[in-house]
Design a binder for this molecule. Sequence first.
Ligand code: PXG
Length: 292
Amino acid sequence: MGLIIYLDGKYVPEEEAVVSVFDHGLLYGDGIFEGIRAYHNRVFKLSEHLERLYESARTIILEIPISEAEMQEVVLETLRRNNLRDAYIRLVVTRGKGDLGLDPRRCKVATVFCIAASIQLYPEELYERGLEMVTVATRRNIPEACNPRVKSLNYLNNIYAKIEANLAGVPEAIMLNQEGYVAEATGDNIFLVKKGKLITPPVYVGLLEGVTRNAVMDLARARGIEVQEKVFTRHDMYNADEFFLTGTAAELIPCVKVDGRPIGTGQPGPLFQSLLHDFRELTKTDGPVIFE
Ligand code: PXG
């Protein structure tokens, strides 16, 4: 593809953007990342993504060698060097090069890289028709063991769930927490609509506090819709009026069938359509400009 990649202070051709086999990001999944999008020459919710990245770093005691302001410039400059105004950005910070022992103190300096690539959006028909999903047996990691709020490089929990969805022949999985409450999908947050209210599981259930999730809650409130963060079960899901997912990759995607039960009318609902419209409008004005 001939991309220019930011790696540890330099912008290099992708062939030269390589990390050590002794990097603990690879050996142990010891690191963190963000998936970010640029729309219409702006980086959507960049400060929110950077805040989450630095908070994840603090929790795992990972020292990021550059400041948040410098990181913002890395993202913008990587986009400029690749002449991208609409893009998908992958920002990664690993524990860095160490040895074959898991002690993070063996890693002297974190590895930082940023990839900006053009992105193929889902076909429009998926947003119009909606997805089918299944609840999978793999439970979401418990916060006391591997906190889902940390956007770590350790995604095996989610990959297990994705494999189950693949085996079931559907594009996405619903993951429950240890108590059986609905948590999230493999890379997306979950919303349902019931009697005009928008409901999403609270962060303490054990999920990633999505940037898109928070944006959608704000958009709903701006429309005068009541938003509730409360726990719910599969029963609530099956009896929702509308159901949809949010995430940087998926944006807002309707789900019309869960575990064989059609949701609501079996078609994407009106509140979903309104929020998707508002979201697309917001992407035109939110975030720092790439090319002045
Ligand atoms: N839950 C999980 C577990 C995620 O990984 C979200 C929710 C949604 O969060 P945001 O902040 O994006 O609204 C995510 C995000 C990928 C990919 O390459 C995954 C995510 C984001 C971008 C790309 O699969 N996950």
